[in-house]
Ligand binder design. Sequence first.
Ligand SMILES: Nc1nc2c(c(=O)[nH]1)N[C@H]1C(S)=C(S)[C@@H](COP(=O)(O)OP(=O)(O)OC[C@H]3O[C@@H](n4cnc5c(=O)[nH]c(N)nc54)[C@H](O)[C@@H]3O)O[C@H]1N2
Ligand SMILES: Nc1nc2c(c(=O)[nH]1)N[C@H]1C(S)=C(S)[C@@H](COP(=O)(O)OP(=O)(O)OC[C@H]3O[C@@H](n4cnc5c(=O)[nH]c(N)nc54)[C@H](O)[C@@H]3O)O[C@H]1N2
Ligand code: SF4
Ligand SMILES: [Mo]
Length: 722
Amino acid sequence: MTKTEVALAAHGPTRDGIYGTTCWECSTCCGALATVRGGRVVGFAPNPDHPYSKGAFCIKGIRGAPGITYGPNRLLHPMRRAGGRGEGKWRRIGWDEALEEMADRLCEVGRKYGPPAIVGATSGAFFSRSVILALMLRSIGSPNWMINQDLCGGCRAVSARAMGLDIARGEDIARTRCALIVGRNSSIADPVEWAALKAAKKRGARLIVIDPKRTQAAQIADLWLAPRVGTDAALALALVNVMISENLYDKGFVAANCHGFTQLAERAAQLPAELAERLTGVPARQIAAAARMYADGPSAFVSGHGIDAFSAGVQTFRAYHSLVAISGNIDRPGGNLRSRMPAGMRSYMDLLHMAEFRLPPEVEAVTIGADRFPLWAGSKGWQTACHNPSVIEAMLTGRPYPVRALYASGVNILVTYPDTARTMAALRTLDFVAVATHTMTPTAEHADLVLPKTTTLEEEEVSFMPSGPTVLFTRAVVPPQGEARSELDIALPLLDKMGQRQALVHQLVPWRSQREFNAYLLGESGIRIEDLERFGYQDVPAQPRAPRPFATPSGKIELYATVMEQAGLDPLPAYVAPGHERLSPEMVERFPLILITGDREKSYHHSRFRDQAWAIKVSPHPRLTMHPDTARAMGMEDGTWVRLEVAGGTGSCRLLLKLSDATPPDVVNTGMGWWLPADLAPTLGALDVNVNAALAYAGPYDPASGSPDIRGLRCRVMPIVN
Ligand SMILES: Nc1nc2c(c(=O)[nH]1)N[C@H]1C(S)=C(S)[C@@H](COP(=O)(O)OP(=O)(O)OC[C@H]3O[C@@H](n4cnc5c(=O)[nH]c(N)nc54)[C@H](O)[C@@H]3O)O[C@H]1N2
Ligand SMILES: Nc1nc2c(c(=O)[nH]1)N[C@H]1C(S)=C(S)[C@@H](COP(=O)(O)OP(=O)(O)OC[C@H]3O[C@@H](n4cnc5c(=O)[nH]c(N)nc54)[C@H](O)[C@@H]3O)O[C@H]1N2
Ligand code: SF4
Ligand SMILES: [Mo]
């Protein structure tokens, strides 16, 4: 037996019983109880005793996690393409054969074009699978891995990092007097947060919602501000200006902790509420009222994807983050708390940046996108990843250098990246594509090799939830179905085989089992896996802490961000008019509506669960919501199938019209992640019902995070005539 086989065998069968674990089907990470009988999970339910999630849960956990594990379409064995790429013909092979082939093909590409021609794709460093994939690539000499965070939380992360604010998921809603909810649809996206907000409201806290859509939170809000899509930076700067000009800010906190207040005040003074009203459509008196309400704290800033993934997303977040800082709500009970990870514990993000897991500087320097987006890609970037659209470009053009092989794990890039046809064309040019997944997906259909992955019920994972704070444990409650393997159990034998071929440049995956890896994460924290295993979590006791500096060159919160300045960017938050307001009058006439994509749906997680009957029953069709007045003027009715086209896009998308007055008449709203598992391979509907088929991925990009606009796009809608 090799070492890897020992690790696999160690999973063992689990005895009947109820096990405390964590649902990892989305980053809410709810505490769960898994009921196991006869080696199968027969129930997956909320854990009411969980200190962080307190019994909150959702249908995706209850039905989706078991559904993905035991569904009839679960991929159980490695498969090799039998016909042409994308022809949909597959042959079952063994793991050893699959990994021998993968090692051969990666070596071939590495020898011919250099190791950076091999890239990885995953969703982001929030899971062990992504970090292991990144370290596996580094081990064979490639710094290139794609994450989908340029489309997700990238802008808020870059802003927070530039300012020294480590406040992700640190909203102290339980103790707040006022929650400022911006671009966040908590009732769908995060049941734990939604429960906390409703409880806060019940005990008398006020809610301010900033969202163009009348969300459930907007309906219970004390103040609802509905800006024009993509204009939030103007609104946030106006809020800052009111706070400063009315002396509502926290002078003591600012003097002790903030750098660049005078410059920020000057910048915000350029945006009086009256000007902001013209730019955003929000009445000046509402802006003043919101600033005053927020200033009467402690107040928690609850933000979401609605102001992220914009080509001006970082500056928008910089403006809101400045508001949070000058109001003194950082590290204040009821405000936004910095991460209080137990001392001695390591996060996934730490691992990516630690010296012992790094490549030589000259190799990191060639990370695709590091030259254009240094705060995003490469060694100084948030997750050290690539700029995705630049990688797609490299696949197609060979510039800045050839990219010839892809290993995608836990990401469905043909559905979730904008410009589906272009991503598809790029995959088709490659010398080798391997995809690790639970079921066949449009991305997997374009592979040479598909590898069966373990699910959240079969994997062990240690993570940290700042808003507990709680250390979370995801337990491998049952052994993997079929021959499914975790990322580590794929990476280890693959690296062994790369070593046999003299292609192991560094060995940066030193753990021989997930247990060893998790023990390494827990490090010197004193938290033991055995204890985590008993309950599925461990509360982190509030530790008295000496005041700690902020992680910036000045050690203070940088309202004036030195790292932005060093990168040649505006060091102060600024307003840039959204793309839909910068188009020519002819284009505005051709594309009269403004599109929001990414509306979350209760039964789906992006492209997941699309083959599951319970999910399809909840939401059978991809929808486009439109104001009834607009539909009437266009002669369209509820239930009409329509074609959507976006200015600058090359494709289109088919959607079912649903009338709703939740957004203004010039805004239409759709979800994302749609494909049709029963449709024809290889596209499986990804060029038909997937909104990303209509979007471009060609810029403009946020100059700091490289994010494109996936909202606030000009579009047109036509009925489909049969
Ligand atoms: N059920 C379910 N839950 C999920 C997911 C899922 O797929 N399904 N995905 C998870 C993931 S990865 C993410 S990133 C989160 C995303 O969840 P959220 O962070 O809540 O983001 P969205 O739902 O994209 O958008 C939130 C709100 O932003 C508003 N918005 C749009 N444009 C603007 C604007 O210009 N300004 C302002 N102020 N608001 C705007 C929208 O109207 C919407 O109400 O959800 C997570 N939770
Ligand atoms: N137009 C538009 N595009 C968007 C967005 C938008 O709002 N609008 N939202 C963006 C956002 S916020 C995000 S986060 C991305 C999401 O993009 P993706 O990460 O691609 O989305 P998913 O469909 O959740 O995951 C894809 C694959 O991950 C695998 N997977 C899921 N769970 C597990 C697991 O537990 N273990 C393993 N090993 N694999 C797993 C499944 O096989 C699934 O096929 O999409 C982005 N794209
Ligand atoms: S919100 Fe739903 S899918 Fe997400 S972790 Fe909780 S139960 Fe799982
Ligand atoms: Mo996301």
